[in-house]
Write a protein that binds this ligand. Structure first.
Ligand code: ZN
Length: 416
């Protein structure tokens, strides 16, 4: 047996409720195929947690180790993941029409996306379980993050990416000595099936969010960090982009844990965003359904990091969070995505298009009366603009000789 956290009770199946002991081959429920989620003895955590001790620790994901699967610091992969800034945005608050708008900026992570938070914990746990060979599918961000964390841990693996993945992301992947295979797919169910067979027939350990029971664990730290950085307050609304829904699902789990240990009495309303051209989860939410059905073409949106026609698990987890928290799932029209990105740039925040959908969603929800002018809103910007650097429309950049006369002519043009 490995050196598991003393607070970890086991992996609990979403569907049949059975509890399993973690192991190197355990991904989804062996009994019914349902998704697994780590359960903790929150009462024991409540009794033993000393906030002053916690605050003296390094401010990465492991600061919150009591709520994570590992106990021994020697087992923790640590390349700086977690602890991203929560940025107060006065201009965005005015634009949206709310009292406070904060951006949780994940562009500051080691490989510049939220996935680092997730893989720090998932890779550490897998390594302790004895996993040697990894596989993941990704639009690009998760692939880079897995390669970084697993390489640090000395784990080998294979990466599957979308055939149309952004050239910037593929370029960064070239830095890692991992095999990369591009997958040309039309229905995400085909990718799910391929991954399942790779696990069964090639003995690879899947790091795909939700199929892997540890990937969403670290997203609990969104709740912990936001609570801390807001001065021990709960925001009225927390907004997350939904690819598979790991961020919104994990953060909601974190907020509920904070309530269980008595640090908050109130929970935020949790909202998810999807591009309207591929918004299976938003459609299911509007219809009051608990599971999504395939819809749209993921290649039609600029928000490529969250583009799919149906998320793994049919979107059941993000849907449940939206219903349980009194939140919503917002479909963001394509023409609203880049204006939100430019608004973030006015605040000095360099976002990838998928991340800017949360700000577009805040604006949309304020206009629809879901968010009120007195509310405090946290928008999760999930990755840096360097992830998709050519998303912004090109602008004229005149070339001149280094002569003041030429520069004056240019300035006259701008003054008009
Ligand atoms: Zn089950």
């Amino acid at each position: 047996m490995f050196n598991i956290s003393p607070f970890l009770l086991g992996l609990v199946c979403d569907d049949c409720g059975r509890v399993f002991t973690p192991g190197p081959a355990l991904l989804t429920c062996p009994s019914c195929g349902g998704l697994l989620d780590a359960g903790y003895d929150l009462e024991a955590i409540r009794k033993s947690l000393d906030l002053n001790v916690l605050l003296r620790r390094k401010a990465d994901v492991w600061r919150w180790k009591e709520f994570l699967p590992l106990a021994d610091e020697a087992d923790m992969v640590r390349i700086g993941s977690g602890g991203s800034p929560l940025i107060a945005c006065r201009q965005l608050a005015d634009w949206v029409g709310v009292r406070e708008l904060w951006v949780k900026y994940e562009g500051m992570q080691p490989t510049a996306s939220l996935k680092d938070r997730s893989f720090a914990v998932a890779v550490s746990t897998a390594k302790l379980l004895g996993v040697r060979q990894a596989i993941t599918y990704s639009s690009g961000n998760a692939a880079i993050s897995l390669a970084a964390h697993a390489s640090h841990a000395g784990m080998a693996g294979l990466i599957l990416v979308n055939a149309w993945a952004d050239a910037a992301k593929l370029g960064v992947l070239n830095q890692f000595a991992w095999p990369i295979v591009k997958i040309d797919w039309t229905d995400f169910a085909e990718v799910e099936s391929l991954l399942s067979r790779a696990v069964e027939e090639l003995g690879l350990y899947s790091f795909v969010n939700f199929q892997n029971p540890w990937r969403h664990e670290a997203y609990q730290t969104y709740a912990f960090e936001n609570w801390l950085d807001l001065g021990h307050r709960t925001p009225d609304h927390e907004i997350h982009p939904i690819g598979t829904g790991g961020g919104i699902f994990g953060s909601w789990k974190g907020w509920k844990a904070l309530r269980s240990i008595g640090l908050v009495s109130r929970l935020p309303r949790m909202h998810g965003t999807q591009p309207a051209v591929a918004a299976a989860v938003a459609t299911a939410f509007d219809a009051g359904r608990s599971a999504a059905t395939p819809e749209g073409n993921p290649r039609d949106t600029i928000a490529e990091a969250i583009a799919n026609n149906i998320p793994l698990g049919q979107g059941r987890r993000p849907l449940k969070v939206a219903y349980d928290s009194g939140g919503t799932i917002q479909a963001i029209p394509e023409p609203a995505i880049m204006p939100a990105l430019y608004k973030l740039a006015e605040e000095g925040i360099c976002a990838e298009p998928a991340g800017s959908t949360t700000v577009a969603a805040a604006k949309q929800m304020a206009e629809r009366g879901i968010i009120s002018s007195q509310d405090t809103v946290v928008c999760t910007v999930t990755a840096s603009g360097y992830k998709q650097p050519y998303a912004a429309a090109p602008r004229p950049m005149p070339v001149i000789r280094p002569a003041i006369g030429e520069l004056k002519k240019i300035m006259e043009r701008y003054d008009q």
